[in-house]
Design a protein around this ligand. Structure first.
Ligand code: ZN
Length: 207
């Protein structure tokens, strides 16, 4: 059976109604998310002892804690996959990407609905999404891009409490062959490499 891979209908591993989503590499995320005591905190940033109960809030808090306690900003943000900080929103790597260049744009505020965002934050979210589109286009020259957010668990959100916009480059045929026959995906880049490249292009585009 041919499996299609409708990215725009999934979030963090949960398929909606259209096609079969086959993402075995996501198992690590689901397992970690369910069993991890402090989700969102990479080992390098484990000095942060708190738990805010949210992957994304934990991530930012752990990065800030590391910087406040002597780690360089570059090292801490690299460890957390944090690509860009804006005033109200940030961009970070998806630690379990569907494709190389899979990033997320989100507000710092722990809010679960687009309509709940203050206007300034909502506008910045779209501004940052535009910047992200330019960055992905410039770096990866994809055939297309998926930008999407799933609001609520029933809509497929894996982290339902903290709104996030997935952004990822797509290529014709990127879901076929290897994914179908070998049940795996080929990611030509590791995450530290993606972080370095994305960081640089964001700096060039945004200053
Ligand atoms: Zn949060």
């Amino acid at each position: 059976m041919k499996r299609r891979f409708p990215i725009y209908t999934v979030c963090c591993g949960k398929p909606l109604i259209m096609d079969i989503l086959w993402t075995p590499w996501r198992f690590a995320y689901v397992s970690t998310a369910e069993s991890g005591l402090r989700p969102g905190i990479p080992a390098a940033l484990a000095g942060f002892a708190g738990d805010l109960g949210c992957v994304f809030c934990n991530l930012i808090a752990a990065i800030d804690f590391a910087i406040a306690n002597g780690m360089s900003l570059e090292e801490a943000e690299a460890a957390g996959g944090l690509i860009r900080r804006g005033k109200n929103c940030f961009v970070c790597l998806n630690a379990f990407p569907y494709t190389s260049g899979h990033v997320m744009v989100m507000p710092y505020a722990h809010l679960d609905r687009l309509a709940a965002l203050p206007p300034e934050t909502a506008h910045e979210l779209i501004d940052t999404a535009q910047l992200t589109e330019k960055a992905l286009q410039s770096l990866y020259h994809p055939h297309g891009l998926n930008f999407g957010m799933n609001l609520g668990q029933s809509a497929g959100a894996g982290v339902a409490g903290h709104l996030h916009l997935h952004a990822l480059p797509r290529w014709t045929g990127d879901t076929s062959f290897i994914t179908t026959v070998a049940e795996t995906r080929v990611l030509p880049e590791d995450l530290p490499t993606t972080w370095k490249r994305m960081r640089k292009v964001f700096e060039e585009l945004a200053g």
